[in-house]
Design a protein around this ligand. Sequence first.
Ligand code: M3P
Ligand code: FE
Length: 311
Amino acid sequence: MAMTGVLRPGHVQIRVLDLEDAVRHYRDVLGLEETGRDASGRVYLKAWDERDHNSVILRQDDRAGIDFMAFKVDSDATLDKLEADLRAHGVTTTRIPAGELLQTGERVRFEIPSGHQIELYARKTFVGSELGQKDPKPYMAKFDKGIAPMRLDHALLYGPNVDKVLEIFTQVLGFHLTEYVTLPDSDVKGALWLSCSNKAHDIAFVIHPEPGKLHHVSFYMESWERVLRAADILASNDVKVDIGPTRHGITRGGTIYAWDPSGNRFETFWGGNSSYPDLPPIEWSWEGLGEGGGLDVAARKMHETFLTVVT
Ligand code: M3P
Ligand code: FE
């Protein structure tokens, strides 16, 4: 598949209650690399297999949650075109100047009907991975520091108007719907998994009365074995685990959900289906999500925290 338009999740800005506690978590327990700090005090990090300067930005605030999630697009021309397409669809956009985030070009920011701030950008400084671009080794011992995911993978966001969000992502931004859950006794799609790539999902939504909420930010693990190793690291650092290790029926990915020190949920995720835009999406019923193992294949039940604990 030729990848054009929107390429991948590029960065998330996460609000944390105590910056240095959060840095200890994201850098030392999760094992991301700190790549910078800016004048406003925000901390920038990236995972070992990412080549652009940053993918996670931590901002201290008195309220946890997500400020915005951004997607990298393939060119400045695509950025201009998608901005025009969003406006034609009735979405208000604003331009944030290059450099407002370290090593990151101009961003187009817009609010989607679920109350989340989404951004598109075309440029971020290529810093490379420590493995290099020529004849790279597969592995470095230092990648064993912490959980050490390969990359930022996706986020699951909670908010209202999921039907309108589906329209924007599929009709304007070129995503395809990979899986969805219908609400009890209805055809209404209450949860969506959306991909701009060949992955099982790059962003997902669950319907929720309060706008702009974060369910989790997900990091991609190299193997199921590394997810199990993550469970040991979480336990030895007294990190509170929500669910797992188990497998999601939806996406078929291996998973652990756990909480950062501010109560933001994160996921260590491995595997998952491939997706293609020509394939019809997989449908899950509400019972399928719970007892059918959509959420948790091993426990085959709905976990109350899945629907109620968000930041
Ligand atoms: C995911 C996710 C669920 C399946 C989820 C798959 C929640 O990767 O978004 O956590 O049923
Ligand atoms: Fe996830």
